[in-house]
Design a binder for this molecule. Structure first.
Ligand SMILES: O=C(O)CCC(=O)C(=O)O
Length: 284
C-alpha cells in the first residue's frame, strides 16, 4: 500500500475559489437541516475536479457519448472504480494529492464548523455522484435515507457538502430533502437492504415537506445535516449529472469501528478519535 498523502505535503490555499457562507444560509440550515449555497465554488474549480475524476477513473468522456458501445464503456469505467479492492466511487483523495488538498480546504472546514456549531472539523469521506441518463437503463434513484447511520462515528455532528460540478436541472435528478427532518432519530441503514423510510416512518412524510427541486448551477453547493432525510430521482436528460460530495465531522467525534470503506483497514482504534493522516483536522 502507498504511504498516505498528508496535508503538509499537498497544502495549497484555494480560498479565493471558495466563498464564505452567509449568516442567513447558516440560519436556514439550522432551521431546515439543509441549505442551497449558490456559487459556493468557482466554475473553473468544478472543471478541475471533473478532470481529476476522469483521470482517476480513466474515463475518456465528460459528456454522454452517442455511441452505445462508448456509453457502455463509460458506465463500466465509473462503476468499477475501486477503493481498497471494493467497488466504490469513494476516497479519490487517498490516491490523488490535488483532490486531497481540495477536500482539506480550510474554507470547507470553516463552513462545516459554522453549520454544525462545533469548534473543529475533519473530512471523513469524498464520493463521486455521476448519474447516467435514463436512456442508459442505469440511472439509479437513491431512496430516502439519512447519512449518519452509515458513518462510523459516535455523534451526529457531521454535514455533507454536495457540489454541482455542471449545471443541473430538476430533470437531471438532483436531491430533495425533508425540511426539518434533522431533528429525527437515526433511522437505520436505509438503502442497503429492503427497508424503506416510507414503510418504517410514514409519520415523517406528514411532519416534514420535501424541498422543491430547482436548477443548480455549476459550483453551487447543497449542504445537509447527516440526520436530514434526502433522496434523488432519475436523470431524464441525455446529459451526465456530474456531482460530488464530502462529509465533514466534528474533530471530537469518536470512531465506532463500524465497517466503512473510508475507515476500514487503516489501523484505527475503535472508541478513540479518528487518528490517521486521511482525516486531518482542517479547521480551525
Ligand atoms: O447525488 C445524489 O443523487 C444523492 C447523494 C446522496 O444521497 C448521498 O450522498 O447521501
Amino acid at each position: 500500500m502507498n504511504a498516505p498523502v498528508t496535508l503538509t505535503e499537498t497544502h495549497r490555499d484555494m480560498s479565493e475559489k471558495i466563498r464564505d457562507l452567509t449568516e442567513d444560509e447558516i440560519a436556514f440550515f439550522m432551521e431546515n437541516g439543509w441549505v442551497h449555497a449558490p456559487g459556493f465554488i468557482t466554475p473553473e474549480l468544478c472543471d478541475d475536479v471533473v478532470q481529476h475524476y476522469m483521470d482517476w477513473t480513466g474515463l475518456k468522456w465528460k459528456e454522454w457519448p452517442s455511441d452505445p458501445a462508448e456509453q457502455a464503456e463509460f458506465m463500466a469505467v465509473v462503476d468499477n472504480v475501486k477503493t481498497r479492492g471494493q467497488k466504490a466511487r469513494m476516497a479519490i483523495r487517498q490516491s490523488d494529492p490535488w483532490m486531497f488538498n481540495f477536500i482539506c480546504q480550510r474554507k470547507f472546514g470553516e463552513a462545516a464548523a459554522r453549520l454544525l456549531d462545533v469548534p473543529s472539523i475533519k473530512p471523513i469521506s469524498d464520493t463521486l455522484h455521476v448519474k447516467y441518463p435514463m436512456s442508459s437503463g442505469s440511472s439509479a434513484t437513491l431512496p430516502w435515507h439519512q447519512d449518519f447511520p452509515a458513518i462510523p462515528i459516535d455523534r451526529a455532528e457531521a454535514v455533507q457538502t454536495w457540489l454541482a460540478l455542471v449545471d443541473i436541472t430538476p430533470e437531471m435528478g438532483p436531491m430533495t430533502h425533508l425540511s426539518g427532518s434533522h431533528r429525527e432519530k437515526p433511522g437505520g441503514m436505509l438503502g442497503y437492504g429492503s427497508e424503506t423510510a416510507e414503510e418504517l416512518y410514514p409519520e415523517i412524510f406528514k411532519k416534514y415537506a420535501p424541498s422543491k427541486l430547482k436548477p443548480l448551477a455549476k459550483g453551487d453547493a447543497v449542504f445537509h445535516h447527516v440526520l436530514t432525510y434526502h433522496c434523488s430521482g432519475l436523470n431524464k436528460t441525455d446529459k451526465v449529472r456530474w456531482a460530488m460530495s464530502s462529509i465533514r465531522v466534528s474533530a471530537r467525534s469518536i470512531y465506532t469501528g463500524q465497517s466503512n470503506v473510508n475507515t476500514n483497514d487503516l489501523g484505527l482504534t475503535p472508541l478513540k478519535l479518528l487518528d490517521h493522516p486521511n482525516f486531518p483536522t482542517v479547521y480551525p
